[in-house]
Ligand binder design. Structure first.
Ligand code: C2E
Ligand code: MG
Length: 873
């Protein structure tokens, strides 16, 4: 649909109005001319018609008069009309077609001879007085047509009227009179009106016309008009008349001899019909033109109004847009294709808050802050030519300002850039907030070092760079020993100061060699590119050395030590999360070795770790699934070899992992914190079983149960043992708790009060595996133990190894001096037993006596021992 603007619509309106006016004027003029023409034609047709009619009617009447006159002369009323007269009458009537009846009557009106009967009226009544020749027209009922009577007097030789020759004429219908005067115009009216106004004949014959005129007289005015029209007999005039609600255009002539007017007329209706007939096509054409024009006019007006409203709304939008741009907080600049400013809304100010003025005609890229885009211009153009907008953020370092630029292009139909539109915003504030948020999210708030999240990113970047440069990256994951304890003991403020100090020391040590990060409270990480493991070891040792230096804080001297786990990219893994995982595994390995250690991740370590994870998963359900059981190993007197007690040892037959050594699953249970449940199980089982074993021996039997350090420090061991003793009814002196020496050495301060509480319950305590840990005899004085068990490794080698034998002997002697009983673990042979006997060891345990046996086996074993005859000893 083509658009029509309001100008075109106005032109069209004007044109249409003019044309319509013109056409209407033409129509009026044409109709007037046509009307005149119709009237002229009517006049022109009326005059000859009237002339012709006058001539025909005059001739007819004079002829009939002469015929009747002649007949009147030949008739003698006194003599009875004879057959000859009758014959004549008949001949005459036949000779004149218009004649209906011809008769001879006497003066009284009696018919003397006639060609027919007119029935209704008497002949004489038809004539108003003696003189008239033409009588009143009438309509005999049987004839059904209008008849005009004419008479001629019959006079005798004295000139006295003795009778009349009368004839009745039918002058209408197909009569020659009218036919002769008639022309094509069928609607023409013809009348014969007497000078007294009587209407003799009206043609064409119509009911209304007949009823209007026959037996009536026209009005005076009408008669006057006729008189006027016929004043000059040589001239025919026309005039409009109204008679009985009908308008007529008439002309008339007068026949003096008979005293009547011949009137020819055309009804105005007829004229109008003729006019309308001629006008109809023209009027229709004009009407069609007007309607079609109006229709087109309406369409054009509609389109124009649509166009106008869309233009108005477009203008309104443009207006709004321009206002929005004017008032926008962003700087909006329009340049030509050469970056020359065409429009700028002036919204930017520099770092000193001075507004930056950009004037039309200036080169945009020459002025701050758009000069920051100079190096990007090619990329921008390329982007825009590809139909994309370009967005960028640039900082003006000198002003410490940030700007964002959104650039779009305006192209012509051929795709050539004709304008650039640059929307620039000062985003300094937003950037500052972003930077603050970024720092919060990526750096440790206390130490300012990259946090765990950022570390991941940094490592990913470092690995990518290393991959490109074919380098290796070491990740040193470190954990500050006892940091939690420091925090708990000295408070978090001091803890924070230590964190800061560690971070500072770490950064100092690492310096340019790598990147230091703070993963969480007591965990730090260093990443470094390395060429040999020695470089890593050097750095790890440096870190540990630096950390070891005493710290003086608030008058306290503290010692910090760290354990380090090391994983290498790409040797150990190429992926950040698994490198971190591996470093953590290595760190755990270091921690297990003691304080201030470093370990490299190895796949064996990984396997061990996996195994540990597996164990930890499985051991959780072991107790509930009845996978755990207890076995017992006897403790025997060295001298007599009599059974004097047992050590309860736990066994786990896992359906998935098979037999798992207690050392493995006990430490896994400790790791995940379920050892107290397992220990509780061991205590109950051992106490119940020792009561049963007691029935099989004459000697008082003791039951030793191993207690792990976790049980001592992290569970209510005192409460548990009290409950076990209560529930099983075991005498407290029967129960002996074995605590590993290595554990006691590490946690001596923590466990001291617990051991005292246990002792208070009446149970006895012994040190297990003496010699494997610190082997300090000073512990023996400090702890309220009643026995110590020499580690089986010493016993194993004592026969061959002199120093082990000496050590064993010394331990036994010293222990005896302290009032402690000594148990030798792991006795496997006669030699070891003999030597221990020499050294005065009290008790022994080992496969020499029995291997660990389950309840049934031990029951059998005890029974056998019981049944042994005295001589068998
Ligand atoms: P332990 O307390 O030193 O237990 C003695 C270990 O020496 C037992 O190993 C025992 O089977 C073994 N043994 C005894 N006689 C000989 C011998 O003549 N030669 C050799 N080579 N070994 C001998 P087991 O049963 O494998 O237990 C290992 C460790 O697991 C125990 O060392 C103990 O620390 C721990 N453990 C065992 N059961 C429990 C328990 O119920 N609770 C806790 N907390 N620890 C337990
Ligand atoms: Mg033990």
């Amino acid at each position: 649909m083509s658009k029509v603007d309001i100008r075109t619509a106005r032109w069209f309106t004007l044109l249409y109005s003019l044309l319509s006016l013109l056409m209407l004027s033409a129509l009026i003029a044409f109709s007037y001319a046509t009307w005149s023409n119709v009237k002229q034609q009517a006049y022109e047709s009326l005059t000859p018609h009237n002339k012709s009619l006058t001539r025909v009617v005059g001739r007819f009447f004079s002829h009939q008069e002469s015929v009747l006159t002649e007949l009147a002369h030949s008739v003698m009323i006194e003599n009875k009309p004879d057959a000859f007269i009758q014959t004549r009458l008949d001949d005459l009537r036949r000779a004149t077609p218009q004649m209906r009846v011809l008769a001879v009557i006497d003066t009284k009106g009696s018919i003397l001879a006639t060609t027919g009967n007119i029935h209704t009226l008497e002949w004489l009544d038809l004539f108003d007085h003696d003189q008239v020749i033409i009588g009143r027209p009438f309509r005999p009922t049987f004839v059904g047509e209008n008849i005009l009577p004419i008479r001629k007097p019959i006079k005798n030789e004295y000139g006295v009227t003795t009778g009349y020759v009368v004839a009745a004429y039918r002058l209408l219908g197909n009569d020659a009179i009218w036919q002769e005067a008639e022309e094509a115009e069928s609607k023409r009216r013809s009348m014969i009106i007497g000078e007294d106004g009587r209407v003799y004949i009206s043609y064409p014959e119509s009911d209304t016309f007949w009823q209007s005129f026959v037996s009536q007289k026209v009005e005076e005015g009408f008669l006057n008009i006729l008189a006027e029209l016929t004043q000059q007999s040589s001239e025919w005039k026309t005039q409009g008349v109204q008679y009985q609600n009908e308008n007529l255009l008439i002309t008339a002539s007068r026949i003096e001899a008979y005293h009547f007017y011949i009137v020819s007329g055309i009804p105005n209706d007829d004229l109008f019909s003729r006019w309308l007939e001629r006008m109809k096509y023209v009027a229709l054409a004009v009407l069609v033109f007007l309607i079609v024009g109006l229709f087109v006019f309406r369409i054009i007006l509609n389109r124009a109004s649509l166009f106008e409203s869309s233009r108005n709304s477009a203008e309104h939008n443009v207006f709004k847009l321009s206002k929005a741009i004017e008032q926008s907080s962003s700087s909006v600049i329009v340049t030509d294709e050469n970056w020359r400013i065409e429009y700028a809304n002036k919204r930017l100010s520099d770092g000193d808050d001075i507004s930056i003025s950009l004037a039309s005609g200036q080169l945009l890229l020459e002025h701050f802050p758009h000069d920051l885009l100079k190096t990007d211009i090619e990329i921008i153009r390329e982007n825009l030519l590809n139909g994309n907008n370009w967005y960028g953020e640039r900082s003006a370092k000198s002003q410490k300002q940030w700007f964002s630029y959104s650039i779009s292009a305006v192209t012509d139909d051929l795709g050539h850039i004709i304008n650039y539109m640059v929307v620039t915003q000062d985003i300094t504030e937003r950037k500052q907030v972003e930077m603050r948020l970024y720092k919060q999210a990526n750096y440790d708030a206390l130490t300012g070092l990259p946090n765990r999240r950022r570390t991941n990113g940094l490592l990913a970047e470092a690995f990518e760079k290393a991959w490109k440069n074919n380098q290796c990256v070491a990740v040193l994951y470190m954990d500050v020993d006892n940091f939690k304890q420091i925090n708990n003991t000295f408070g978090h403020l001091l803890g924070d100061q230590i964190s800061l100090l560690i971070a500072a020391r770490l950064q100092q040590t690492v310096a340019e060699r790598g990147t230091a990060c703070h993963m969480s409270g007591d965990e730090f990480l260093v990443s470094m590119v390395f060429n040999s493991d020695q470089e890593i070891i050097t750095l790890a040792e440096n870190i540990m050395t630096v950390m070891k230096q005493p710290v003086l804080l608030e008058g306290k001297k503290l010692f910090i030590s760290v354990n380090i786990g090391i994983a290498r990219y790409p040797e150990d893994s190429a992926d950040v999360s698994s490198i971190l995982q591996h470093a953590d595994i290595a760190l755990n390995a270091s921690k297990n070795q003691g304080l201030c250690r470093y370990s490299f991740f190895s796949h064996a370590l990984d396997e061990k770790n996996k195994r540990k994870v597996e164990l930890e998963t499985e051991i959780c359900h072991a107790l509930a699934n009845n996978e755990l059981s207890m076995v017992y190993q006897t403790k025997n007197k060295i001298n007599t070899e009599d059974v004097c007690g047992f050590e309860a040892l736990m066994r786990w037959q896992s359906p998935r992992l098979g037999f798992v050594s207690p050392e493995e699953f006990i430490s896994a249970a400790e790791e995940i914190g379920i050892i107290d449940k397992l220990g509780e199980f061991a205590l109950y089982q051992a106490c119940r079983d020792v009561q049963k074993f007691q029935h099989l021996s004459n000697q008082p039997l003791a039951m030793a149960v191993n207690i792990s350090m976790y049980q001592l420090t992290n569970s209510d061991i005192v409460g548990t043992i009290k409950q076990v003793l209560n529930e099983t009814g075991v005498n407290p002196c029967v129960l002996e708790l074995e605590i590993a020496e290595s554990m006691l050495a590490q946690h001596h301060e923590e466990v001291q009060p617990i051991l005292n509480n246990l002792l208070a319950l009446g149970v006895s305590l012994s040190i297990d595996g003496f010699g494997s840990g610190y082997s300090s005899l000073s512990y023996l004085t400090r702890f309220p133990v009643s026995a110590l068990k020499i580690d089986r490794n010493f016993i194993a080698n004592m026969v061959e190894n002199r120093s082990d034998a000496t050590l064993t002997h010394t331990v036994i002697t010293m222990a005896h001096k302290l009032g402690l009983k000594v148990v030798a673990g792991g006795i496997e042979g006669e030699d070891q037993l003999a030597l221990l006997r020499v050294y005065g060891c009290d008790l022994g345990q080992g496969t020499y006596f029995t291997k660990p046996l389950n309840f049934e086996q031990m029951t059998r074993h005890l029974k056998i021992q019981q049944e042994k005859p005295d001589w068998a000893i």
